[in-house]
Design a protein around this ligand. Structure first.
Ligand SMILES: [Zn+2]
Length: 290
C-alpha cells in the first residue's frame, strides 16, 4: 500500500512539473532528419481472424504500437500517439492495461527525456483514427494537425458515445482538444511536410477513408516508409489478405499496390508499424535513426 502511494506521488510529481522545468534540456534542431521510435505499447491476446488469417498462418498475432517523433532542421512532427492516454498513469498503476492493450510507460516522459514537450512539436499527424493510434492526440492540440478530410469528418461525426472498439474511430475524448487546432486539411492528397521531399505524407486510403502513410528520406538509414495500418502483419503482403473491418477493401488493395511500387522505385524500407518481430528489434528513443 505504502509502495503504491509512493508510486502515485511520483507520477503526480512527474505530471505536475512545469513545462519550463521539463524543457531544461531542450533539444537543438539537428542538421539532418532524425527519426525517434517511442514505445507506445503492445497488443496481445488477439488472433488473426479479423485480418483474414487462419490459425498457424501468422508467425505471431501480437503487435507493437510505436509512436514516432520526426525531427527536421525546420521543425518536428509526432506520428501516431499510442493506445492508452498518459492520463491513465495518474492512477499510479504500471503497466496500464485496457483490453488487449498494454502500455509500460507514458509518452510525454519519453519525449521529455530527449528534450521535447508538446509545445516543441510543430505538427501532429495520425496514420488514421483508430483507437490504438490516437490516445494522446489531444496533448498536441497546440501543434498544427495534418489530417485527411475523410478521417477528420469521421472523427467529428455524430456517433454512439460507447463506440470505442478497435474497428471504429477512437474514443471521442482523445480528439476533443483538436477540434479547434490549427489544421492543415488534406483532401485525398500527398503532402511534403517541410517542402524538401524528406518527410512526405502519402494518402493511402482504405483501412479508413483518410488513412495515410509516411515517407522519410533519412541520410544514413536510407528511405523508410511507415505504413500506418496499411498492413498489420508482414503475412498480409505474402498472403494478400485484407482486414474484414477495413472501410473500403478495394481501396486498401489499390493503396497497397501503389505503396509497394513506390517502395520499390525509391528503394525504401517498408516498416509495418505493428510488426512485432521486426519492430521489437528497432532502436528506441533516446537512440534514433538518421
Ligand atoms: Zn493499429
Amino acid at each position: 500500500m505504502f509502495k503504491n502511494h509512493r508510486a502515485l506521488a511520483a507520477v503526480i510529481a512527474l505530471l505536475s512539473i512545469p513545462a519550463a522545468a521539463q524543457n531544461a534540456k531542450q533539444a537543438e534542431p539537428p542538421k539532418s532528419l532524425r527519426l525517434y521510435v517511442l514505445d507506445c505499447g503492445k497488443i496481445t491476446g488477439v488472433n488473426g481472424d479479423s485480418m483474414g488469417f487462419k490459425p498457424g498462418e501468422l508467425k505471431t498475432a501480437d503487435m507493437i504500437t510505436p509512436c514516432f517523433l520526426i525531427v527536421h532542421p525546420r521543425g518536428t512532427m509526432i506520428w501516431d500517439t499510442g493506445e492508452i492516454p498518459d492520463s491513465a498513469f495518474q492512477s499510479g498503476v504500471t503497466p496500464q492495461k485496457q483490453g488487449a492493450f498494454t502500455v509500460d510507460r507514458p509518452l510525454l516522459p519519453q519525449l521529455a527525456a530527449i528534450g521535447y514537450t508538446p509545445a516543441d512539436i510543430t505538427y501532429l499527424a495520425l496514420s488514421h483514427y483508430h483507437g490504438d493510434h490516437v490516445a494522446n492526440a489531444s496533448l498536441f492540440a497546440s501543434s498544427t494537425w495534418i489530417v485527411q478530410k475523410g478521417d477528420r469528418d469521421a472523427i467529428f461525426a455524430q456517433r454512439p458515445t460507447n463506440e470505442k472498439k478497435l474497428g471504429g474511430v477512437g474514443d471521442p475524448a482523445y480528439f476533443a482538444a483538436l477540434k479547434n487546432s490549427k489544421t492543415l486539411l488534406l483532401n485525398g492528397e500527398d503532402h511534403d511536410v517541410f517542402g524538401d521531399g524528406t518527410v512526405v505524407i502519402k494518402f493511402t486510403p482504405g483501412h479508413t477513408p483518410g488513412h495515410q502513410s509516411l515517407y522519410l528520406k533519412l541520410a544514413k538509414t536510407g528511405p523508410v516508409l511507415l505504413s500506418g495500418d496499411l498492413y498489420h502483419y508482414p503475412e498480409e503482403i505474402t498472403y494478400k489478405r485484407i482486414p474484414s473491418f477495413d472501410f473500403d477493401k478495394d481501396q486498401t488493395a489499390k493503396s497497397r499496390a501503389m505503396i509497394e511500387d513506390f517502395v520499390k522505385k525509391n528503394n525504401a524500407q517498408l516498416w509495418i508499424q505493428h510488426d512485432y518481430t521486426a519492430g521489437s528489434k528497432r532502436k528506441i528513443a533516446p537512440e534514433y535513426y538518421d
